[in-house]
Design a protein around this ligand. Structure first.
Ligand code: HEC
Length: 231
């Protein structure tokens, strides 16, 4: 009985520990998959700023709308191409040419939060810095020699690496704090995207454990009943 309970408890911690890597510039991303407003902001930001180059091709617009609480009309308004809500979220960027332009094709980002980890992703979005030796004039602390231009410079500002290793950005339309929130929302959305069933699975897990617990009590009572007259 005791061992059984211990076994159940041992299964409890969520299995979703994603690897952050050993890069000292990777910082913790304090995201919350239950924060629907943040997820919605992240989805909007992703579709407006990233889908020009990146897809999340294992994900449908309609599913995102359902999961994150957008109406289909709202979702339609967010789609920048003439794609329909029932379709997969595929960027119009021609991959082969993109590989020539950027040195590497923009990878699909559906699973990036699981492959790289949410912390890495958030850190990546906040780790671009000016480096004139690079083709697009920027480099990245967590992804050295990255091929991606700093497409968020208009929001963040011009990020200059300081001697102490921090990055100070000036001239963007967002404050430092707002930009960090923006990066968190984006990370939150891509973390959801990497495992859309996570929310449902966690909710269902409680019911399953509840059922097992009740079943345990019933079995125990039944066992007592059967063995009552056996001595
Ligand atoms: C102008 C095209 C372009 C846009 C817009 C763009 N990216 Fe990229 N991105 C790239 C390219 C090209 C790479 C590949 C870089 C490399 O491998 O060196 C890349 C790589 C990445 C990676 C690394 C993936 C990996 O695991 O290697 C992430 C994460 C990423 N982009 C996120 C974003 C996000 C989030 C946005 C929206 C804010 C965005 N990108 C917008 C071109 C773009």
């Amino acid at each position: 009985m005791k061992r059984f309970i211990i076994a159940i408890l041992a299964c409890l911690p969520a299995l979703g520990f994603a690897a952050g890597g050993n890069n000292p510039h990777v910082v913790h991303a304090d995201i919350d998959l239950h924060d629907q407003a943040s997820l919605q902001r992240g989805a909007r930001a992703f579709m407006a700023n990233c889908m020009g180059c990146h897809s999340t091709q294992y994900q449908r617009y309609e599913r995102v709308a359902d999961d994150l609480g957008f109406t289909l009309d709202e979702m339609n308004a967010l789609i920048h191409t003439d794609t329909k809500v029932g379709e997969l979220m595929v960027s119009a960027m021609p991959q082969e040419q993109a590989a020539k332009w950027f040195g590497a094709p923009p990878p699909d980002l559906t699973l990036v939060a699981r492959v790289r980890g949410s912390d890495w992703l958030y850190s990546y979005l906040t780790a671009f810095y000016v480096d004139q030796s690079r083709p697009f004039g920027v480099n990245n602390l967590v992804f050295p020699a990255v091929g991606m231009p700093h497409v968020l410079e208009g929001l963040q500002g011009r990020p200059v690496l300081q001697e102490d290793g921090s990055i100070v950005a000036t001239g963007g339309s967002l404050t430092d704090e707002e930009y960090r929130q923006f990066a968190l929302d984006m990370t939150n959305f891509l973390t959801y995207s990497a495992e859309p069933v996570k929310l449902k699975r966690q909710a269902m897990g409680k019911w399953v454990l509840g059922f097992l617990f009740i079943f345990l009590i019933l079995s125990y009572l039944l066992k007592r009943e059967y063995w009552r007259d056996v001595h």
